[in-house]
Each structure stands twice: as C-alpha cells, then as structure tokens.
Design a protein around this ligand. Structure first.
Ligand SMILES: Nc1nc2c(c(=O)[nH]1)N[C@H]1C(S)=C(S)[C@@H](COP(=O)(O)O)O[C@H]1N2
Ligand SMILES: [Mo]
Length: 338
C-alpha cells in the first residue's frame, strides 16, 4: 500500500509557540487594530483569543487533564492578521448539526443534554485490530495537539477555530488496516430520543449521518479527530465528544459525534452526496473554481461579520492548505471529482 504522508514539520500552522509569547503577540496585534490596521477584523475576534470567556464543562477527569496539558502551548495561525480566531460564542452558537435541527441556532439550543459519557467507538472492516473502544482508550494514548484551522462551509461562510485533538492517523494505524483498506467511513450516533432532528419526518438525511475519506486523506497529518476546542472539551453542538476536522474540505466532511469508523474497500456514499449528488461530491475539496450548479464558491463570509462589515474574502484553493495537500490529488480532474 502506497501512502504519502507529509512530515509534520511541513505544517505551516504548527509553529508551536509558548503561550506567553502567543499572548503577548496577540496583545500586540490588538494594539495594531486600535491604530486602524486590519479593519476587516472585529475587536471581539481579537479579544477572545485567550479563551477567557470559555465556560468550563463537565468533561471526565482524564479528558480535562489531556486538554489542560495541551492548552499550555498554543499554535499561532500562520497569518493572525487575516485569520483571527472566531469568538467562542460564534463558534458554539452558529452551527450545522442537523441531528438537532436545520437552523443555525438549533444545535446550541437543543444539544445540551446529549449524553456523551460513557462514549464508545466501533472500529471495524478491513482492520486486524478492530473492536469497540471506550473514548478514553481511543484517545488517551495520543498526545493532544492544538490546531488552528479555517472551517469553510459549503454555504460560503467560514470561521477560524482552535481545535484540540489527535491525528486521525494514529487511531487508524493502531487499528492496523489490511491491504484491502482503501477508504474510511464514519457514522454519527443515531438516537432519536436525544436528537430531535432524527425524529422529524421531514428530514432530508437518511440517518446516520455518514462521511468518508480516502485512506491517504485520512492519514494526512492535517486530518484531526477533535475532542476539544478553545482549550476545553467540545460543546455538544460542535460534535462532542469526538468529531472529525478536515480543514481543506467543505465543512460537511467534518462529521460530528462519531460512533463508528470502518475501513472499507469501496468509496463510501456520504450523506450530502446521497441527498444531492450534483451539488455535493465525495471529495468536497474547497475549490473557488468549481461551483455547485446553484451558487458560487469564489468568495466566502468570514465570521463574525455584520451588515456593515460583511467581511467577504476570496476563497482559496484547498481552503489555503494547498501546499500541504495538493499532492494528494496530483493528476486528478477536480471538476469531475468535486
Ligand atoms: N453528524 C453531523 N455532522 C456534521 C453536520 C451535521 O449536520 N451532522 N454538519 C456539517 C456541516 S455542514 C458543517 S459546516 C460542520 C459545522 O461544524 P461546526 O458547527 O462545529 O462549525 O459540521 C459538519 N458535521
Ligand atoms: Mo457546512
């Protein structure tokens, strides 16, 4: 099996900086804004970068310990001026999580009581070391990393979010894929009692929510299994206790509240592809040149924004991660494989 993995040192986002340096740099940038630089950014976006407004949740002790240990270091966005971190309230209040409704504020309103302890994940299919793993057994052996990523929704809004988690590659390697494994398929919890969106008879989605990656995409060092954000555990509306984050693809690939990971031979059919195959593909790589039939992907609204400051920016190829991931698609027609 040929797997092309970039060295972690290739990651531009991974300039790990001691938090003190990070904070003073933030303060410096904040001062710049006072002088009128970086008008596109709201003062709110800067002020929240030290996570001081993030409420402490009720994560289990082992997870709190992991999160605390990893948030002592911080990762500075490659371009803090352009990529200011969204305020926690925006990242946890404006969500897509159709299991809790289709409105952007539904998940924050309705996901609070989702029971995430205990949580286990089944890993099966083309693996020699599968099984059902308690979340702690799955995540605790790995060092948590903080990654500040742009999240670009196919609806043409985006946010910069600091995630905490583990490389998906580590979990997959421990499962020991067989030579037949070519894709990874993910499924979200199905529990209509807890997830009102799954009770609705109007739902577009045939539950569970399903996503998939090619194995080399899944093993790419940018691909993260997040258990936290903003230095704390994930809020339920953001996909607690475990969600995928694939920063160079449209947000719908970043499946939430994962309970099942399968290594498979065939390319999975993901939920949005099943609903509207002409609009949403399997690859879903962010691409300003490839538009779905009904709208343009050339630009995006970077949140938070306002009526007076829509904060519209040009969308970048692979969401700005082309240096890291373009090689995965060498020779592929990205218009055909959208
Ligand atoms: N299970 C599940 N995962 C999901 C979704 C969903 O509806 N259900 N929505 C996706 C979409 S369209 C986006 S843009 C991101 C949003 O993540 P966020 O709410 O943490 O910003 O989650 C993705 N993961
Ligand atoms: Mo999305």
């Amino acid at each position: 099996m040929l797997i092309n993995i970039a060295k972690p040192s290739d990651l531009r986002e991974s300039d790990v900086t001691p938090e003190s340096v990070y904070l003073s740099r933030r303060r410096f940038m904040g001062g710049m804004a006072g002088l009128g630089a970086g008008l596109a950014l709201s003062g709110r976006a800067r002020a929240n970068a030290d996570y001081s407004d993030v409420p402490d949740g009720d994560a289990p002790a082992w997870l709190k310990a992991k999160l605390d240990a990893s948030r002592r270091r911080a990762i500075v966005p490659a371009d803090p001026e352009k990529d200011a971190i969204a305020p926690f309230d925006d990242a946890s209040g404006y969500n897509n999580f159709y299991e809790f409704g289709t409105g952007k504020s539904d998940p924050a309103r309705l996901a609070g009581d989702l029971e995430t302890q205990p949580w286990s994940v089944v890993i099966d299919g083309e693996v020699n070391n599968g099984g059902r793993f308690d979340l702690e057994d799955l995540a605790r052996p790995s060092r948590f990393e903080e990654r500040i990523y742009r999240l670009r929704c196919v609806e043409a809004w985006s946010m910069v979010i600091p995630w905490l988690g583990i490389p998906l590659a580590e979990v997959i390697k421990r499962a020991e894929p067989t030579g037949k494994a070519r894709y990874v398929r993910f499924k979200t919890l199905v529990d209509p009692e807890q997830m009102p969106g799954q009770r609705s008879s109007f739902s577009l989605i045939d539950w569970p929510y399903v996503e998939g990656l090619r194995l080399d995409e899944a093993l790419h060092p940018l691909t993260l299994l997040a258990l936290g954000m903003y230095g704390r555990e994930l809020p339920n509306q953001n996909g607690a206790p475990l969600r995928l984050v694939v920063p160079w693809k449209y947000g719908f690939k970043s499946i939430k509240s994962i309970v099942h990971i399968s290594l498979v031979e065939e390319q999975p059919i993901n939920s949005w592809q099943r609903i509207a195959p002409e609009e949403y593909g399997f690859y879903a790589n962010v691409n300003p040149q490839v538009d779905p039939p009904r709208w343009s992907q050339a630009s995006e609204r970077r949140l938070p924004n306002s009526l007076f400051s829509p904060n519209t920016i040009d969308t970048r190829m692979f969401n700005g991660y082309a240096d890291e991931v373009a090689a995965l698609y060498a020779g592929m027609d990205l218009r055909e494989h959208f």
